[in-house]
Ligand binder design. Structure first.
Ligand code: ZN
Length: 251
């Protein structure tokens, strides 16, 4: 089974990526993706974003898994919205996007999110970027997730985009090696040669997850990177689905 750990609900008109479930399913079928995790980061009002995610998933519940989204701009609303998202809307993970909120991942304002994920054993996927955190403090430098992973071992923290380029990937590997509950998701528009092999050699085949960033990026690009990588068939199976199934409690 192939599980895509990174997909978006909502349209991105500037690049022609539309929220069109049938079109997205066709793209998933072409990449042989069985299930896609999706989230909506397009609304400051998290309850609206989560409602739209739940409605999107309800069109094809056999193909999509919804993740909830919360923003640290409204800390007093976060916990109630996470409970609603998980218990009423059936959302199975949490997405955070630090670059939107002018809040470093090190800020205590994120604590309730990681705490909730720990209590509920949910995965938290965050945008990451290996840019120098002194230059770009809000981009989600991978090392910033280490204290949260240590404080909340029940939360499985997924570093989306694998830090986006070479120094970011190296930082993701260091983070994963220091915490058993840190995972690395591969979708990115930075596709250096041997990137999958480096992640597997550095962090281990149990800690790398396939994601596509659909509908922004063709899901075949990243299945292709995994399928053609110089790693074992077992490692490919784990990256493309088995590791995600474990985090989503499907196996
Ligand atoms: Zn994305």
């Amino acid at each position: 089974m192939i599980i895509d750990f990174h997909g978006h609900v909502g349209s991105f008109d500037s690049i022609g990526a539309r929220q069109d479930a049938d079109r997205i399913l066709r793209a998933m079928d072409m990449a042989q993706v069985d299930l896609a995790c999706v989230f909506n980061i397009g609304h400051g009002d998290a309850s609206k974003a989560n409602q739209l995610t739940a409605e999107f998933v309800a069109q094809h519940p056999d193909r999509f898994i919804g993740f909830l989204f919360v923003t640290p701009h409204y800390p007093e609303e976060m916990e109630a919205e996470m409970i609603r998202g998980a218990d009423e809307l059936g959302l199975k993970g949490i997405k955070i996007y630090p670059p939107y909120f002018n809040r470093s991942v090190e800020d205590a304002i994120w604590d309730p999110i990681f705490s909730f994920a720990h209590q509920r054993k949910l995965p938290v996927i965050s945008h990451t970027d290996g840019t120098d955190p002194i230059v770009n403090p809000n981009n989600g430098e991978p090392q910033m997730f280490v204290p949260w992973a240590k404080k909340y071992p029940g939360a499985n923290i997924v570093l989306a985009h694998a830090g986006n380029f070479r120094t970011g990937r190296q930082s993701c590997v260091r983070a994963a090696r220091s915490c058993p509950n840190i995972y690395i998701e591969i979708c990115t528009s930075w596709r250096h040669f041997r990137s999958i092999e480096d992640l597997v050699e550095g962090a281990g085949e149990d800690r790398v997850l396939y994601g596509s960033d659909l509908p922004l990026i063709d899901p075949r690009i990243h299945t292709g990177r995994v399928l053609t990588a110089n790693i074992s068939d077992d490692a490919k199976r784990k990256i493309l689905g088995d590791n995600a199934a474990r985090l989503l409690h499907l196996s």
